[in-house]
Design a protein around this ligand. Sequence first.
Ligand code: TYD
Length: 228
Amino acid sequence: MAEATVRRPNLRGRFITFEGGEGSGKSTQIRKLAERLDAAKLRTIVTREPGGSPGAEVIRHLVLSGMGKLLGPEAETLLFAAARDDHVRTVILPALNQGTWVLCDRFFDSTRAYQGQLGQVLPELVNAMQRVTIGDLKPDLTIILDVPVEIGLQRAAVRRGSGAADRFEAEDIKFHQDLREAYKRIAKDDPQRCVLIDATADPETVSSKVWAALREHLVTAAKTASSA
Ligand code: TYD
């Protein structure tokens, strides 16, 4: 279980999460942001969910194989939570406490969108799992990449090549449309933390928007903190 051991925000690294539907370009954008942060001499790690730690990667394999689905929506949610618990405790918190920036491909907003809003798992369970796994560790910034469903699924199919669609890629088009709306609601409900970015354009253009969002949100937050 994650204890609230993360140090005060100005003493620790920054925690940035990326969210979005299938084929929204998260991994490309995370890589580009990591390159920019490296160039700015900021120590950075890139990680992902489900997974990111040895224990959580085992659970990732289980969930994406479709095994979790067979257990039912609540048990599948518990699997994501168990993976997150290990990842936060063994990778994310130690890195942040050493002043390292953490860029994470998906985090608890994925559980809110996929299991909560689409899987119809009760908010009580989703909220309880959030409390247990991450405590008060919220991302400093969440970038939500938004693309029309047809474009996202086409990109995911190209990336996959001849491989089989995984547990969630294999859901029908209505699922992916609802997912897009779920992410828009998440962005609207938490504008201090989330930035919704149109990710239809080429990767360089999207990367510039991500960089601008990061500067705007974090530089503003730092100024507010230092003048308080
Ligand atoms: P992945 O191959 O990493 O997909 P993507 O490239 O789209 O991020 O697979 C992760 C899948 O797991 C993705 O379809 C979203 C889903 N997921 C959840 O349903 N709940 C969660 O809490 C997380 C972290 C992921």
